[in-house]
Design a protein around this ligand. Structure first.
Ligand code: GLA
Length: 728
């Protein structure tokens, strides 16, 4: 039993961790513990100091030491004397906004709960258990159901929340976070992932200040600028030692993560839908479902924590035929042609690609409507026969005849004003009556909260997928959203729209991925602007960044790897000088970096020399040889590119028999020692042989002494070392 309850103490046990809470004598649900398995009730850690200006609940009578403001709470509500950040806040019909949550009942169920309309970690009956705890505000008859999914083997706990209005009048939910985690002890730092378009998920580790720190998005998407995932590490925690907790929100819209260090040095983390762009009217009898948070912790450093997330996302979040399957090596024409192509040009690129062993041709933006630049055409998902002569079917057939699969680009959620769709349905574009909308990349956003829009997109996209042998879809989304307003909601409910947009998007994705389970969907939002666990439920891979420069990519992929599995990272070799940075790196370096992901190319192969083509053919076959190790092996970050002159990582096979070390050394230096890198995750007593030069080391030597990297001449030079365990 992963879930046990004794004397109102709830213990959620996984292989190596314990999550514990307790409903106390007043019915307040205290958070007791999240960390190593202790084999005991952790309520002895609760302290009851008499702190000035920390009020007491009424039933506590003269007991000045019992305060909601000082206790670790499992799910903090606003308005009743806990002055730290609340997880939930509502406004009642009378305008008041107190919520006094007390424990009422619980249920334990086999298997993992699901969430209507939202992505959620899934499992077979025997792979997980569910705990539901009901808290209630008696005065208003508002119920808050806390949901916990326990994945023993994976050392993962999921959390979600349902708010139920059992009263007679509507309430307004102003915030409902999916996670509230109180940590009364410890010296914590946090790592969040910030960035910008073409430089996503830059890992930043800082101390906590007294007060509130936040990582969030109000852009309608999870965003390039911040990612809905956070790590809390005890000071001194490294890749291989120390305690850390990770949380990732399965949500693709605006989110908020807040971390507060309070007056007593206690820490609270909340995470969920961003309340700045959210309010929800819950009618009497109604229920609201918050998205899910995936939670894990490790006492052995951040590397192991990442493995927990990689494992759960790959095996219990991603779905469809390609969930665990090897993904096709693809060639995408975007950086090769931009909008300037016709069917002949595409055929030529595909022909060359097929000769080099590449599996799939992806036709990017510009194949539809009047789309010769980014000023027009979005919304008109009909092939442009002036460019694709003979139509899409004929082109797909010609590509298939070369032995290649065919994939295609859509940006379903968008509309150009210069399009047939906008002329017919201007009311489908998001804008506020009486105001000019913001344009971004010249485009407007379709109202995905409108079921007519979702239905239209479903019809038009499914028709193309049915009529043509399309085996891959790149699902793009190229702007942030503002001007929130929808004709489908009355004025007092307009703040529901950002969340309803996400629900509409998920509904469309659910219908299309359900109907076409064999199609590989790759998410994208100007690269990695919507790289989150929610999208990974529908798309097992996401284009990691529009920055294809190998040097910068090592930073982006480093940050991405903390939570997201390597198979999820769309990564391509592109031309030099690189189109985003102007930097030139060798084809080897570009190949090495792109191989740490779902691999492909994004350049005009016909413009390459025969040596470069031969190199690409070799790369493709090397990638295919390593693909299973890259996807199924454990991934180790061996250096931090932000602190070091290199970015080096390794894949270690499940049985620790096969090890692939890859990386890039950034700047050459003269008169210096060769770089040394310590490996991780090996069998200490086993012997490992360097496949290239035959040298033999013990696992312990490789992990303690490390391995010397080859002598480096030049900047951004890639390294690759393949080691195999040998039988003695
Ligand atoms: C976004 C994507 C690119 C490409 C273009 C097409 O920027 O990230 O890969 O598809 O759109 O317009």
């Amino acid at each position: 039993m992963a879930i046990t309850v004794e004397n109102n103490v709830f213990s959620l046990e996984t292989e190596n961790t314990l999550y514990q809470m307790k409903a106390d004598a007043f019915g307040v649900l205290n958070h007791l513990w999240y960390g190593a398995k202790t084999g005991c009730c952790m309520d002895y850690l609760l302290d009851y100091p008499d702190v000035g200006f920390a009020g007491n609940i009424y039933e506590a009578g003269d007991l000045r030491t019992y305060s909601l403001n000082t206790l670790p709470l499992e799910y903090a509500a606003a308005g009743t004397g806990d002055f730290r950040i609340p997880a939930v806040s509502v406004t009642h019909e009378d305008g008041s906004s107190a919520l006094d949550l007390r424990f009422k009942e619980y249920h334990i169920k086999k298997g993992k709960y699901g969430i209507p309309g939202l992505p959620a970690v899934y499992a077979d009956e025997n792979e997980a258990e569910t705990l539901e705890i009901m808290l209630k505000d008696t005065a208003s008859e508002t119920e808050v159901i806390l949901l916990y999914g326990v994945f023993s083997q994976a050392d993962v706990i999921t959390r979600s929340v349902i708010v139920k209005n059992r009263g007679n009048s509507p309430i307004v939910i102003n915030r409902v976070h999916s996670l509230c985690l109180d940590m009364p002890y410890g010296d914590w730092e946090w790592i969040h992932f910030h960035g910008r378009h073409t430089m996503e998920r830059q890992a930043e580790r800082t101390s906590l200040i007294h007060g509130i720190q936040e990582s969030s998005s109000t852009r309608g998407t999870s965003s390039h600028q911040q990612n809905p995932a956070v790590l809390l590490c005890e000071r001194g925690c490294t890749e291989t030692q120390g305690f850390c907790i990770g949380a990732a929100l399965m949500y693709s819209g605006g989110f908020q993560t807040q971390v507060e260090k309070d007056q007593l040095d206690q820490v609270r983390v909340v995470m969920g839908i961003n309340p700045d762009t959210f309010a929800w009217t819950l009618e009497a009898g109604g229920s609201f479902y918050a998205p899910e948070v995936i939670l894990s912790c490790s006492g052995h450093g951040m590397g192991e924590l990442s493995h927990h997330f990689h494992d759960i996302i790959r095996n219990h979040v991603c779905r469809g035929k390609y969930k665990l399957a090897k993904r096709p090596v693809l060639i995408n024409n975007w950086e090769a042609t931009y909008f300037d192509f016709d069917d002949k040009k595409i055929e030529k690129i595909a022909k060359q690609a097929s000769e080099l062993g590449i599996d799939m041709m992806v036709l990017d933006d510009g194949w539809f409507g009047k789309r010769d630049s980014d000023t027009s055409g979005l919304g008109d998902w009909f092939v442009n026969e002036e460019k694709i002569r003979g139509g899409l079917k004929s082109l797909v057939e010609r590509i298939n005849k070369m032995g290649m699969k065919f994939g295609i680009w859509f940006e379903p959620e968008m509309v150009s004003e210069d399009s047939g769709l906008f002329q017919k349905h201007p009311e489908w574009a998001i804008r506020i009556p009486g105001r000019n909308p913001m344009r971004s990349r010249y485009q407007l956003v379709l109202d995905m909260s409108n079921t007519e829009v979702v239905e239209y997109l479903y019809q038009v996209i499914s028709k193309i997928l049915k009529e043509n042998n399309i085996e891959y879809v790149k699902w793009d989304m190229n702007r942030s959203i503002c001007d929130w307003y929808t004709e489908t909601l009355p004025k007092h409910r307009q703040m529901e729209m950002p969340h309803r947009y996400v629900l509409g998007l998920y509904e469309l994705l659910e219908r299309l991925t359900g109907e076409f389970p064999d199609v590989l969907f790759e998410g994208c939002s100007g690269g990695g602007g919507r790289f989150d666990a929610g999208m990974l439920y529908y798309c097992p891979q996401i284009w990691c960044s529009d920055d294809t420069d190998a040097h910068e990519r090592t930073f982006i992929q480093y940050g991405t790897s903390f939570f997201y599995p390597i198979s999820a990272v769309g990564s391509h070799v592109s031309a030099v000088p690189n189109h985003q940075t102007g930097r030139s790196t060798s084809i080897q370096t570009r190949g090495t970096v792109a191989m740490a992901g779902s691999f492909g190319y994004e350049l005009d192969l016909n413009k390459l020399s025969s040596e470069e083509k031969a190199e690409i053919a070799a790369q493709v076959s090397v990638y295919k040889e390593y693909q299973s190790l890259i996807y199924n092996g454990l991934y180790y970050r061996l250096s931090n590119p932000h602190d070091d002159n290199m970015s080096v990582w390794a894949f270690v096979s499940e049985k620790k028999a096969d090890v692939l070390v890859q990386g890039v050394v950034f700047r050459a230096a003269s008169n210096t020692l060769r770089r040394r890198i310590r490996l991780s995750g090996l069998d200490t007593v086993a012997k490992y042989q360097n496949v290239k030069n035959g040298y033999v080391y013990t696992g312990q030597a490789l992990m303690s002494g490390g391995i010397l990297l080859p002598e480096i001449k030049g900047d951004d030079v890639s390294v690759e070392i393949h080691l195999k365990k040998i039988e003695l």
